[in-house]
Each structure stands twice: as C-alpha cells, then as structure tokens.
Design a protein around this ligand. Sequence first.
Ligand code: BEZ
Length: 211
Amino acid sequence: MSLRLGDIAPDFNAETTEGPISFHSWLGTGWGVLFSHPADYTPVCTTELGKLANLKEEFTKRNVKVAAISVDSVESHNGWIKDINETQSTTVNFPIIGDPEAKVATLYDMIHPNASDKFTVRSVFIIGPDKKIKLIISYPASTGRNFVELLRVIDSLQLTANYGVATPADWKDGQDVVIVPAIKDEEATTKFPKGFTKIKPYLRMTPQPNK
Ligand code: BEZ
C-alpha cells in the first residue's frame, strides 16, 4: 500500500555516497527530505542535484537533512557526482543512496509502473522530527523540480509546527499567515500579540509570528 501523509516514514539501512546509513538514526531529531531521481547520468537529474547542492545551506539552516536516491549503485553515483560538480559548478554535499535492487524505492513506492517499470519517478518526501511524512509529491521524469518551492513548503510546515498557523495561497516568507480554525478569537489574541485581522469569522490573518 502506498504511503500517505501522517504515516511514519519507513526506516531502512542503505549504502550511500557518504557511507552506510540507518535512515531514522541519520535523520536524528531534525527534519528530512528524501527525493528520488530516475537515473544517474541523465540531463534533468544532473541539473536537479546540482541545484540542490547549491541550495544545501538553506536546508541546513532550517535543520533539514537531504538525501537523494535512484536505483543505481553507489559506484555509479560516485562517478556521476564528478559530472554534476563539473557541469553545475558545485560540490555535491549530501548523500546519494545506492538502491540497485530497488529495495528503498519499493518501500516508498517511488516506481510507478505505468510511467516506467524500471526507474523511480521524481518523488519528494518531507519528513518531520516525529518521523511522520508531512509532504509527498511526484513529478514526471521530464520535469525538473523547483527546490526553492521545497524550501517554501518547509518554511510553511515549520511555522505550523512551531506556531500553529497555516499559510495562504502563494504565501512567501515574511507575508501574513492564517490563524487555523481550531484557535478561537480569545486564544488568538494572546497567542498572536501582533494582532490579527478578521476578514470573515473563519478567515483571520496575522503577521508572520517569527518575523
Ligand atoms: C533526465 O533526468 O533528464 C531524464 C531522466 C529520465 C527520463 C527523462 C529525462
């Protein structure tokens, strides 16, 4: 059965380009992103992993570890990393999991047989400190992902976890956020000292609490 939001991210042991990992221990007490790409030595994947390497600091700042995976060996990943570094002007600075037998890919349902019976699609799992899955997205092989959008989602998830607020459509860091319906007006008054605007009884906006 496929994984759903709120499920515990399955634990696994695997070889990676940074040595063996036991996934849950490797995540520790922080957040994690596990993302699959179809295959090593392919053009879109090369740009994606390069982009992520260049943005890695932004993930680290948010206490998020990142790991890539495909159904290739660690030896293959290590060879490809040289090309990524050369062509994307970067240094790959996160582990790439070797999964030649597709054990982890199967555990996470990353192979979608009607898209490809052999390769993983571009799956993304964001995992919270409680090891629960907070986001799942799947992109086709032909579309490279937007890693800045992933950072935006992480900012939203962390605001929800830390302040009990939600974020509206197209929200960007620094803009007003939404007070969730579970918080009554009286509680909102003390919880959000910057105040809030009640547009409708169910639509209340407040300045971003951590700004
Ligand atoms: C790519 O990464 O460029 C790619 C991989 C598989 C299918 C299509 C594109």
